[in-house]
Design a protein around this ligand. Structure first.
Ligand code: ASP
Length: 336
């Protein structure tokens, strides 16, 4: 894997290998000293042109826990405010010879453009309403831990699907691993032709009881150019997940930031069925695994004599996943 621009860059096997690798890093994260020397002497640049709390902090922490030198730049306070273009900024930062550039931008396709301008590996940390592949990976990681397996899981994605890069990456990622996806929201917030991605579409929560996972989305008001809902109150009345709608045993997820009282009621956010804090926690180890895969993993070889020990964490992918599964060999590799 040269870049991670879209979840579609990854096969089912590659997704599983990243989740397994993240399990080995979760083991490291449980130690008092959470650092491994894997990327010592290498540089990771985080370039954030759009607001971020979870994604930016977890990418920074992930690179630091791998011992990389990290430069984090936000558009506010940088020369972007003076009018420097994305291309000039990338070329300037490329002078530091970064091993990876992590980019978030409000523009669809920005990460793909950056990949054309730099020799570094590029990770898409969200490009407009297009994709957010590492969010989908951390969500898959969280679901696999809580459910034990992903194949056959019934996942309802509820809310503003139209403006959500998280929804798009999750639909594609969940289907790659054999989960069944239903998207649900008012017709104005569901993209036309979304069924072409292979998911079912609902415009009411009537069938929600059948879901194993309810994945709620924020209304992306910053991307809305017109009136997509009559009012927040009416939206909440029809689509808010609250204590009456969340059935016992269902897992509740949200990528954050949550608008309390809009897509989720306060009681469900704080319930043990909510995995929101675990999603944040997973963000660090999954992003460590992505950086590892891009910068440190051995390239695949066609030689049949090559020992499988090249990718120890992938060995774990052969077995069914118990919650919190990890392998001693993967652990050894993570600390190498
Ligand atoms: N944090 C996620 C994103 O950057 C979801 C959201 O903002 O609603 O896309």
């Amino acid at each position: 894997m040269r870049h991670l621009l879209s979840i579609e860059d990854l096969s089912r096997e590659e997704i599983t290998a990243i989740l397994d690798r993240a399990e080995s890093f979760a083991e490291v994260a449980g130690r008092p000293i959470k650092k491994v020397p894997t990327l010592r002497g290498r540089t990771v640049v985080n370039l954030f042109y759009e607001a971020s709390t979870r994604t930016s902090s977890s990418f920074e922490l992930a690179a630091k826990r791998l011992s990389a030198d990290v430069v984090s730049i936000r558009s506010s306070g940088s020369s972007v405010e003076k009018g420097e273009s994305l291309k000039d900024t990338v070329q300037t930062l490329s002078a530091y010879d970064p091993a990876a550039i992590v980019i978030r931008s409000p523009h669809v396709g920005a990460a793909a453009l950056v990949a054309r301008w730099t020799a570094a590996a590029v990770v898409n940390a969200g490009d407009g309403k297009h994709e957010h592949p590492t969010q989908a990976l951390l969500d898959l990681f969280t679901m696999r831990r809580r459910l034990g397996k992903l194949r056959g899981a019934r996942v309802w994605i509820v809310g503003d699907v139209l403006h959500s890069r998280v929804a798009r990456s999750n639909i594609l990622g969940l289907q790659a691993v054999g989960a069944q996806v239903t998207v649900c929201g008012p017709p104005t917030l569901i993209p036309r032709d979304i069924e072409a991605l292979g998911c079912a579409v609902e415009h009411s929560l009537d069938g929600l009881h059948a879901a194993d996972v309810i994945y709620a989305l924020r209304l992306q008001q910053e991307r809305m150019t017109g009136a997509f809902i009559p009012s927040l109150r009416e939206y909440a009345a029809c689509f808010q997940i609250d204590g009456r709608r969340l059935r016992p045993g269902q897992l509740l997820m949200h990528p954050g930031p949550v608008n309390r009282g809009v897509e989720l009621s306060a009681d469900v956010i704080d319930s043990p069925q909510a995995a929101i804090a675990q999603q944040v926690e997973a963000g660090v180890v999954v992003r460590m695994a992505v950086l590892y895969e891009l910068l440190a993993a051995e390239p695949p070889t066609s030689s049949p004599t090559r020992p499988a020990a090249d990718m120890p964490a992938s060995n774990a992918s052969q077995r069914e996943h118990a919650p919190a599964a990890s392998s001693a060999s993967a652990h050894a590799e993570a600390t190498a």
